[in-house]
Design a protein around this ligand. Sequence first.
Ligand SMILES: Nc1ncnc2c1ncn2[C@@H]1O[C@H](COP(=O)(O)OP(=O)(O)OP(=O)(O)O)[C@@H](O)[C@H]1O
Length: 310
Amino acid sequence: MLETVKLSKTFKDKKAVDEIDLYLQEGESVGLLGPNGAGKSTTISMISSLLKPTSGDVRLNGKSTIKDPSELRKVLGVVPQEIALYEELSALENLKFFGKIYQVKKDVLDNRIQEVLEMVGLKDRQKELVKTFSGGMKRRVNIAAALLHQPKIIILDEPTVGIDPQSRNHILETVKKLNEENGTTVLYTSHYMEEVEQLCNRVYIMDHGKVVASGSKSELLSILSSEDTIQVQLSKQSNELMKSIKGIEYVRQVEETNDGLRIICKKGSNILSDLVHATEILGIQISHYQVEVPSLEDVFLHLTGKTLRD
Ligand SMILES: Nc1ncnc2c1ncn2[C@@H]1O[C@H](COP(=O)(O)OP(=O)(O)OP(=O)(O)O)[C@@H](O)[C@H]1O
């Protein structure tokens, strides 16, 4: 349906997006994950025809949207990171204004505004001025505006950053419903792995302008199937123990935790007996030992060396 082909953007000498190939199939909900500066917003701006790529293409049903974005504009709704609303107008007045911009027909606009207000849970607040709204409520008005022309595809750029939990839940539920009940195709960028796990059936992980991995959750988790992550609680912390564990050839990474160590090592290795041996020499007791079930967050850390909130 919608795809990017070797999509790239360079700002002066900075390659913000580097030959990205993404695709969205009709009815899918796809996550775009990456740390700050990975290139997510730049990618989204190019997909939405708000920013011209340095090279590469964006295609809707095989046709370039860079040469002619008119078809894309009809079927795409974009919720940008920045709130773009008139503070001195009510939610209703803002939506009337956006309805005109999106060229929603006059005879259906009033009904459509009520529908989208219902979707984002702001029907009973529609007459209040936007300047009196919380950040989360403003973002919900933004989402409502992007939905006015009944887009087949919606792109949301980190819609839940810095907002109250009630609005966050509303937004997540709205996006889920849009995808599952209305069949709207969704591209959702986020720092929050759990949101993407909840909402999306496929994920792209971006870092330094490139896609470093993509696939369903189970496909991404299989990246880690060659490794075990082990949490150990110890009677005391010891640099010497860290050093000795780090020195074992099948150990890939060791981190200190609040009460012990987190060890990433080759699957099926003999870490328990080596650990027992090393702690005994140093007079340290192991109070708990657990092999972790990996999460997408672990995959992300493995691929980028960063946590999502870095
Ligand atoms: N207009 C611009 N001029 C120069 N550099 C830019 C511009 N826009 C983005 N960049 C740079 O491009 C890189 C990618 O930025 P982008 O905003 O796309 O990342 P992001 O993944 O969306 O990050 P965040 O999660 O912080 O929004 C960053 O290094 C950023 O500083």
